[in-house]
Design a protein around this ligand. Structure first.
Ligand code: MN
Length: 243
């Protein structure tokens, strides 16, 4: 099995090396990731300038850095390495829960894999003041990969808690609250500036991704590409198209 590893934190993130190490027992691993951090890049692609693909071995892994987005990395990675079976994205330094799925470059890379007809799994863990302890997390990462790699899972969002988990919960995306807000301030020259930041959400829906991570579980959320609201569509009557 060929496993392409990417992320949105950049190729030198400790999370990507941790994921490559966890994944190597499942197949042949190659890293293709952005040359700088692209967190919150979402599913953007680079269409107005050329991309480069430069060899950058990392801790014994075959690796390449791309001057583009996470989705670009999946495109170039699968173009330059045929017959990739699975794309793993992460391990992101920061949870990707609820509405963060819209902004996340980590998730977008996994989704780009599915758009190419491959399978994609995004993996994230919270960051507090300290860097995540990836060594302590390794058994949990391997357990999740064991559970998901050899299945027909198409697109999956995995979030680990900050400490070794007490188990796995199959969850839904938490969308009851939105966690984005604008905070304004002044720069040292007295000029106004703004930060679009994430604020903590209190009170979570049971069964949601956020609840699971807050309660010490690994959250596993199956996602889909088709965003059609079938409930609304089926409520409209329209004549069939004649062929
Ligand atoms: Mn990130």
């Amino acid at each position: 099995m060929r496993i392409l590893i990417t992320n949105d934190d950049g190729i030198y993130s400790p999370g990507i090396l941790a994921l490559a190490r966890a994944a190597q027992r499942f197949g042949q691993v190659r890293i293709v990731a952005p040359d700088v951090e692209m967190s919150s890049a979402g599913h953007s692609i680079t269409s107005s300038r050329p991309l480069t693909y430069k060899r950058t071995p990392i801790a014994g892994f075959e690796a390449y850095r791309v001057n583009g987005t996470p989705a670009d990395c999946v495109a170039l990675g699968t173009h330059n390495w045929e017959k990739v079976d699975l794309v793993l994205s992460g391990i992101n330094l920061g949870s990707n829960l609820g509405n963060a799925i819209w902004h996340s470059g980590t998730l977008a890379a996994a989704r780009q894999a599915v758009l190419f007809g491959l399978r994609g799994i995004a993996l994230s863990t919270p960051v507090t003041q300290e860097e995540p302890d990836f060594q302590a997390l390794l058994p949990a990462v391997q357990d999740v990969l064991e559970m998901l790699v050899n299945t027909d899972v198409q697109l999956m969002n995995v979030n680990f808690p900050s400490h070794p988990p007490q188990g796995v919960r199959w969850t839904c995306q938490s969308v009851r609250h939105y966690d984005g807000e604008v905070v304004s301030g002044k720069d040292p020259m007295g000029r106004s500036h703004f930060w679009f930041v994430v604020k903590p959400i209190e009170g979570t829906d049971p069964d949601s991704d956020r609840w699971a991570v807050e309660h010490g579980y690994t959250s596993v959320t199956p996602l889909r590409i088709d965003l059609t609201d079938e409930r609304l569509r089926s409520a409209r009557s329209q004549p069939p198209i004649e062929s």
